[in-house]
Design a protein around this ligand. Structure first.
Ligand SMILES: [Cu+2]
Length: 105
């Protein structure tokens, strides 16, 4: 089963119609705006350090977005898995995420 199917299988619809990760969308859109600006900077052959600074800013935004997604995952999917019998699988997934975050795998 793919990760997406697994996620869909174990996710519960929110009480309203708002997507579960809606609060993260502004960060994603901000990052996309930054990336467009960086693309333009490269087209304009701007100074390397200026481009790098902008890239660092996008990376920081994406890290924050990732933290928000994971926080929501804890508050929803993981919390629900405590009663659905899927908790061990959710822990394994999180262990893998932590390994990636610390650069171990
Ligand atoms: Cu989740």
């Amino acid at each position: 089963m793919s990760d997406m199917a697994q996620h869909t299988k174990t996710s519960t619809p929110m009480a309203n119609d708002e997507p579960k990760h809606a609060r993260t969308l502004p960060l994603i859109r901000t990052a996309r705006g930054h990336l467009s600006g960086i693309e333009q900077m490269i087209d304009e052959n701007r100074y390397c350090i200026d481009i790098s600074n902008q890239l660092q800013a996008v990376i920081a935004i994406l890290r924050k977005a990732d933290a928000e997604i994971l926080r929501t995952h804890l508050e929803t999917c993981v919390k629900e898995s405590m009663t659905s019998g899927d908790f061990d699988h959710k822990l394994k997934e999180l262990e893998s995420v932590i390994d990636h975050l610390v650069g171990e795998k």
